[in-house]
Design a binder for this molecule. Structure first.
Ligand code: BES
Ligand code: ZN
Ligand code: ZN
Length: 469
C-alpha cells in the first residue's frame, strides 16, 4: 500500500501538490510571477490539475470544487485519483500534498485507493512508481491513522476478491480470515464440514455437494469492553468462492468468467472487522461467513431437490444458481442464537440488482425501523457507496410458494432482487437489512479511484455506519 506520512517542512526539490478552491489561495511566495500568471490562466480556463515543471521537480495545483456536502468529498477523491494516475504516468515516486483544506482526507483517500494493484500472479511485477505521499497540512494523526486502516482493509478485500478460486477455496478463505483476525485483533472461529453437518446447515451443505472441497463457516467477533450496544450487531456475508451456477450452469462470457467475485460480501465483512478492530470502534459485532464453491459435480444438488435448512424449514430448489440465498439462509438462522439487535447481510446475490442500478450503488431492503435504514443511507452517501432502497412488500412472497415444500428458492423473475431478499427474511427473527452488491462488487474497468476487479465495496459503508451507530 502507498506509504502516507505527515511531514513538517517542504524540501526545495520536493514534488508538491497544492489543493485550492480559488486562485486567491495560491501561495505567492512559492511560485514565481510567471508561474502565477500561468496558473491563473489555467484556472480561468477551468483546468483542475495544473502542472508546473521545474526540471528538478514538479509542482501541481489541484483545483477542488466548492460543494459543501458529501459530493465535495467524492469530487476530492476523484481529483486525488487523477493526480496519482498522472504521477504514475510521469514516474514520480514521492509527492508532498500541501493543504489546509477540509477535503484533504478525501483527496488522500482517492489517491491511495486508486493506487491499488493486484500483482501477485505476474512474473514481472510492474508496481506503480508513486509509493509515498507526504502530507504537509492540517490533518490529525488520528484521522490519518484511521484512514490508513480503512484503506488497508479495503485493499485486503480487493485482494481476496481478485484471488481466483484456484487459490481461494472455502478452506483457504477461512485461513485468510484467521490471518486477518490475528493481524487486526478480532476473534475468529471456523467450523469445518463435520460441525456444519452437526449444526444441520442443510442449505450450505446442499450447495457444497457438487464440490470436492469442504465448506467452511467462519464466525468473527469484535467485543470491546466499552461497546455501546448491549445486544450484538451481526454482519453476514455471502462466501461463494466460485459460482458456476451448479447444474443450472452459467454461460461463460460476462457471467461465469468473473464469478470468483461471489465471495465479495463475505470479504466485505472481513474487511469491515479489520477496520473496526484496528480503529477500536466501541461496538459489539459478530460476523458470519458461510463459504463454499457452487459446482456441477457428480453428487451436485439438483433442481427439484428438497432441502431441510438449519431452521427446519424446507426449500424446493428450482435453480441451483440461486445458491447464495441457500447458504445465507442458514447463516441468518444461526444468527438467532445471539439475540441480535440488528442483522445486515451483504451479498453478490442477484443479477437483477445489478441490472436495476448498475455498479453505481448498493441495493438495500429491510424491515428495520426507518431510522436505521436512514442511518445506513447517510453512511452510504458519506462514503459514496450509495444505498438504493427497494420495496420489501410481503406480496413478493407469493412468488416463493412451492407445491411440495415450505418455500422455493426461485421467484418468477419479476423483482428478482426483492424475491431473493424476501426468501432470506423467512430465516430471520430480528430487525433485518439485506444488501445486494452484485453490481458494485467487481468492475470490468477502473472507475476513477475504484480499481478494476474487486472493489472492496461494503467495508467503508459498514465502518462508517458502525462508527456512527
Ligand atoms: N452470484 C450470482 C449473482 C451475481 C450476478 C453476482 C452478477 C454478481 C454479478 C447469483 O448466485 C446468481 O446466480 N443469481 C441468479 C439467481 C436466479 C437464478 C434466481 C441470477 O441473478 O441470475
Ligand atoms: Zn448463482
Ligand atoms: Zn452466486
Amino acid at each position: 500500500m502507498t506509504d502516507i506520512k505527515k511531514i513538517s517542512k517542504l524540501g526545495i526539490n520536493d514534488n508538491v501538490a497544492y489543493l485550492i478552491h480559488t486562485a486567491k489561495e495560491i501561495s505567492t511566495s512559492y511560485f514565481t510571477n510567471e508561474e502565477l500568471a500561468y496558473i491563473k490562466k489555467e484556472i480561468k480556463a477551468e483546468h483542475k490539475l495544473i502542472v508546473i515543471n521545474r526540471f528538478s521537480h514538479s509542482a501541481y495545483v489541484v483545483v477542488l470544487d466548492n460543494d459543501t456536502d458529501y459530493k465535495g468529498d467524492e469530487k476530492a477523491r476523484i481529483a486525488g485519483s487523477k493526480l496519482v494516475v498522472l504521477l504514475n504516468k510521469t514516474k514520480i515516486n514521492t509527492i508532498t500534498i500541501c493543504s489546509d483544506n477540509l477535503l484533504l482526507i478525501s483527496f488522500i483517500e482517492g489517491m491511495v485507493s486508486a493506487n491499488y494493484q493486484f500483482l501477485k500472479y505476474f512474473s514481472e511485477k510492474k508496481a506503480n512508481p508513486c509509493t509515498t505521499i507526504n502530507i504537509l497540512g492540517k490533518v490529525s494523526k488520528i484521522a490519518l491513522e484511521e484512514l490508513v486502516e480503512i484503506i488497508r482493509a479495503t485493499n485486503y478485500v480487493r485482494d481476496l476478491v481478485n484471488e481466483p478460486q484456484s487459490f481461494l477455496n472455502a478452506v483457504q478463505f477461512s485461513k485468510e480470515i484467521i490471518k486477518l483476525g490475528k493481524e487486526a485483533g478480532f476473534k475468529v472461529e471456523v467450523f469445518g464440514k463435520a460441525k456444519i453437518e452437526a449444526l444441520k446447515m442443510g442449505g450450505l451443505l446442499a450447495v457444497n455437494k457438487g464440490s470436492i472441497d469442504p465448506p467452511t463457516f467462519s464466525v468473527l467477533e469484535w467485543k470491546p469492553k466499552n461497546a455501546r450496544n448491549k445486544k450484538p450487531i451481526i454482519l453476514v456475508g455471502k462466501g461463494v468462492v466460485y459460482d458456476t451456477g451448479g447444474l443450472s450452469l452459467k454461460p461463460t462470457p460476462n457471467s461465469m468468467d468473473y464469478m470468483k467475485c461471489d465471495m465479495g460480501g463475505g470479504a466485505a465483512v472481513v474487511g469491515a472487522f479489520y477496520a473496526i478492530a484496528k480503529n477500536n470502534l466501541p461496538v459489539h459485532v459478530i460476523g458470519l461467513i458461510p463459504a463454499t464453491d457452487n459446482r456441477p459435480g457428480g453428487n451436485a444438488y439438483t433442481p427439484g431437490d428438497v432441502i431441510t435448512m438449519h431452521n427446519k424449514k424446507t426449500v424446493e430448489v428450482l435453480n441451483t444458481d440461486a445458491e447464495g440465498r441457500m447458504i445465507l439462509a442458514d447463516a441468518l438462522s444461526y444468527a438467532q442464537k445471539y439475540k441480535p439487535e440488528l442483522v445486515i447481510d451483504i451479498a453478490t446475490l442477484t443479477g437483477a440488482a445489478a441490472a436495476a442500478i448498475g455498479h453505481y450503488g448498493v441495493v438495500a431492503m429491510g424491515n428495520t425501523p426507518e431510522k436505521i435504514m436512514n442511518k445506513l443511507k447517510a453512511s452510504g452517501n458519506t462514503v459514496y457507496e450509495r444505498i438504493v432502497e427497494f420495496p420489501f412488500w410481503d406480496e413478493y412472497n407469493e412468488q416463493l410458494k412451492s407445491s411440495i415444500a415450505d418455500l422455493t428458492n426461485l421467484g418468477n423473475g419479476m423483482g428478482g432482487a426483492i424475491t431473493a431478499g424476501k426468501f432470506l427474511e423467512h430465516f430471520t427473527t430480528y430487525p433485518y437489512i439485506h444488501l445486494d452488491i452484485a453490481g458494485p462488487a467487481f468492475l470490468k474497468k477502473q472507475n476513477n479511484y475504484i480499481p478494476k476487479g474487486g472493489t472492496g465495496v461494503g467495508v467503508r459503508l459498514f465502518y462508517d455506519f458502525l462508527k456512527n451507530y
